[in-house]
Design a protein around this ligand. Structure first.
Ligand code: SF4
Ligand code: SF4
Length: 119
């Protein structure tokens, strides 16, 4: 009986071993690769990202912009390897990997992101 009480009292004064996620988070390394970001204003619709993607998770889809209809990458994050090859080949550097890892979903179809959702 004494032991559980002693353990509870100890836990009250001890430093916490877990983080209060999502309010506090572990610092990420500089080279951490997370969710992709697309700057739709500078994408030139060249499809280089689609061609280089080793897991074929990029598909060019129609997007209506102020300048008319263009094609831009739609990305299935559930199949992304975070290899950064698409970022490397993108001529205007408008497709970049961020440190954002908040993209969990119950249904993997929610991870299929249209260009507008990558901004
Ligand atoms: S990071 Fe790699 S796997 Fe992910 S979309 Fe880009 S090229 Fe494809
Ligand atoms: S490589 Fe860059 S500029 Fe070319 S389509 Fe992909 S995101 Fe757009």
């Amino acid at each position: 009986m004494i032991q559980p009480i002693a353990r509870s009292l100890k836990a009250l004064v001890e430093k916490r071993s877990t983080l209060e996620f999502p309010e506090s988070r572990e610092p990420l390394p500089d080279n951490y690769r997370g969710k992709l970001r697309l700057d739709m204003n500078t994408c030139i619709s060249c499809s280089a990202c689609e061609r280089i993607c080793p897991n074929k998770t990029i598909t060019m889809v129609d997007v209506l912009t102020e300048k008319g209809k263009k094609v831009m990458p739609q990305i299935g994050l559930e199949r992304c390897l975070f290899c950064a090859l698409c970022e490397e080949v993108c001529p205007p550097k408008c497709l970049t990997l961020t440190k954002n890892y908040d993209y969990e979903a119950y249904d993997k179809r929610e991870l299929l992101k249209r260009p507008e959702e990558l901004e």
